[in-house]
Design a binder for this molecule. Structure first.
Ligand SMILES: Cc1cc2nc3c(=O)[nH]c(=O)nc-3n(C[C@H](O)[C@H](O)[C@H](O)COP(=O)(O)O)c2cc1C
Length: 313
């Protein structure tokens, strides 16, 4: 019997499909249009110690082949989340993973300490792809030492499931993956958005107020697949694949390069019902291929080539 159940270490999911942070609000926003139980879990909008207004508009630009955003992690802050949102999402029949994004390490500890005091949180996704103010704005996960320290500091205050979400904006992701594993992460989330820019040729103006933003959607899938394969070959903890997923075939590809679950982001804006479609497509595929569990596919890429950064020329 084919089952969609997958396991990410200590976290069991009823479907390999999760909703990506920033693309599913706090969970409530989508509950009216699509049943949350079609998801194995969802990642909340990244939460910070206090309310953040985010970046000035325009902060969303559609490009020919993908989406560019500079939302700037606008969110309601941890106290409002605990008081106003959490009690209304804990009865959803799906796992609730809270994304945490902060400017310095002490803030990550503060947010997680507050969340540790309440029930209904199944785990944390540490968004360490965001700029570290103390280190001059460089993303935490661009520095393996900071990555390990941050993950281990959060690990020290929580026994809950923790995944580290890494930036793809580095030459290699291997050392960041290993640092997060060393710090005690239960899983890795690969990848966050890629730095990009959009320009209006007539006005010669940038389409985002911040000039650059995070690129997402189908065009980033090849980058994400390469990063997941690199991560899979570098660590022993499970990997959650993210980037450009719009079909069940995309999900299968992510599993083949090493994912144990996936997140769907930008595609939810145009099709909130996508998770149910992906589940059905995967089940049909598994039945026809006589696959009982998607974990049978993880890391089954057929190649004798060792992973290498950059294409051979
Ligand atoms: C509008 C928008 C807002 C996002 N906000 C967050 C966020 O708050 N935290 C985070 O970790 N990732 C955020 N992301 C990144 C997504 O979670 C995901 O990593 C990325 O979009 C790639 O997946 P996709 O191609 O399926 O969209 C955001 C993406 C978009 C498009």
């Amino acid at each position: 019997m084919s089952t969609l159940n997958v396991s990410l270490g200590s976290l069991q999911l009823s479907s390999p499909i999760m909703a990506a942070s920033g693309c599913y609000g706090y969970g409530l926003e989508y509950a009216d249009v699509a049943n949350p139980s079609h998801l194995g879990g969802f990642i909340t909008k990244s939460i910070s110690p206090e309310r953040w207004k985010g970046n000035p508009p325009p902060r969303l630009a559609e490009t020919e082949f993908g989406l560019l955003n500079s939302i700037g992690l606008a969110n309601m802050g941890v106290d409002a989340f605990i008081q106003d949102v959490l009690p209304r999402i804990t009865n959803f029949d799906t796992k609730v993973i809270v994304s945490v994004a902060c400017k310095v390490m002490e803030e990550y500890e503060l947010v997680v300490r507050k969340l540790e005091e309440v029930e209904g949180v199944d785990g944390y996704e540490l968004n360490i792809s965001c700029p570290n103010v103390k280190e001059g704005g460089m993303a935490f996960s661009q520095n393996p030492k900071l990555t390990e320290e941050l993950v281990s500091r959060v690990r020290a205050i929580s026994n809950r499931w923790i995944t580290a979400k890494l930036t793809p904006n580095t030459a290699s992701i291997k050392s960041a993956c290993q640092a997060a594993e060393q710090g005690g992460a239960n899983a890795l989330s690969l990848i966050n958005t890629i730095v990009g820019m959009a320009v209006d040729y007539k006005s010669r103006r940038p389409k985002l107020a911040t000039l650059t933003g995070g690129y997402s959607g189908p065009p980033i899938k090849p980058v994400a697949l390469a990063r997941v394969w690199e991560g899979y070959n570098a660590v022993d903890i499970p990997i959650v694949g993210i980037g450009g997923i719009v079909s069940w075939q995309d999900v299968v590809e992510f599993f083949i390069v090493g994912a144990s679950a996936v997140q769907v982001g930008s595609a939810l804006y145009t099709n909130p019902g996508l998770p149910a479609e992906l589940n059905q497509g995967l089940l049909d595929y598994m039945k026809s291929e006589r696959i009982d569990s998607l974990s049978e596919l993880t890391g089954t890429l057929k190649t004798d080539q060792p992973f290498q950064v950059g294409a051979p020329v």
